[in-house]
Ligand binder design. Structure first.
Ligand SMILES: C[S@@+](CC[C@H](N)C(=O)[O-])C[C@H]1O[C@@H](n2cnc3c(N)ncnc32)[C@H](O)[C@@H]1O
Length: 243
């Protein structure tokens, strides 16, 4: 048995997925409004940037991992059109249901799959693009998940990892104050759950920074990796090419 981290807590690695599931079961119903409040709407710009970088064409095949309430899946589906495919996935049923209902309300019917990004039920080489937005941080074995993402991409296919990252040092103090004082309070007021938003702040600090994640993606088989810092590194978009 090995240890891993759940925020700042050290836990047995067999327990992490259940703890993460608890977080997303708890926040699913308030997830979208909390995203807008906590990021002051910025998550929309980060996702729009990701969609622009994805530069999808009609007919492309896309796998959206940890897709949650479906923001990226929805935007990608509009780009690939009826000839393309976007598979909307997540390990958490509550998050995925919420996303699926939202997309159905907007007239979008996408293949929706509950799956663990560490063990993908997909054939090798079957996607042009794989995305994971704000999901990798929560995975127990990030190396296994990245290797799986590489496996299911076709040669030349791209992986887009949008994730919290290491903020520029001059902003670090203010960002820490906001993360550890304001976020849990908003979580308590809006979602009745301060702990899940404390976990969010802690998990961001434990997540590999820009250079470390780039190295992990290279080890997982991505021959070329570009890093795009957004909002002074609060978030980074890593783009890996399978080559
Ligand atoms: C912060 S939400 C992000 C949702 C969406 N991608 C977005 O950007 O709004 C993180 C998601 O990662 C999912 N997740 C955590 N571990 C996972 C795993 N091993 N495989 C697939 N999804 C996972 C959670 O269930 C949750 O829905």
């Amino acid at each position: 048995m090995s240890d891993t981290h759940f925020g700042f807590e050290t836990v047995d690695e067999t327990q992490k997925a259940a703890r993460v599931r608890g977080v997303f079961d708890s926040v699913a119903s308030k997830y979208d409004v909390m995203n807008d409040l906590m990021s002051m709407g910025l998550h929309r710009a980060w996702k729009a940037y990701t969609v622009a970088v994805a530069n999808l064409r009609e007919g492309d095949r896309v796998l959206d991992l940890a897709g949650g309430t479906g923001d990226l899946s929805r935007a990608f589906a509009r780009k690939v059109g009826e000839k393309g495919t976007v598979v909307h996935t997540d390990i958490n049923e509550a998050m995925l249901r919420r996303g699926r209902d939202r997309l159905l309300d907007e007239g979008l019917v996408l293949p929706t799959v509950i799956c663990d990004a560490e063990v993908l039920p997909c054939a090798s080489g079957s996607f042009d693009l794989v995305s994971v937005a704000f999901g990798l941080r929560n995975m127990t074995h990030k190396d296994r998940a990245l290797a799986e993402m590489n496996r299911v991409l076709r040669p030349g296919g791209r992986l887009l990892v949008l994730e919290f990252s290491k903020v520029a040092p001059p902003l670090a103090k203010a960002y820490d104050w906001y993360s550890f004082n304001v976020l849990p309070r908003i979580g308590q007021l809006v979602a009745g759950d301060a702990d899940s938003y404390r976990y969010l702040a802690e998990s961001i600090r434990m997540h590999p920074g820009q250079a470390e994640l780039k190295a992990m993606m290279k080890s997982a088989g991505f021959g070329h990796v570009d890093v795009h810092n957004l909002s002074a590194g609060v978030v980074a978009l890593h783009v890996g090419i399978k080559c």
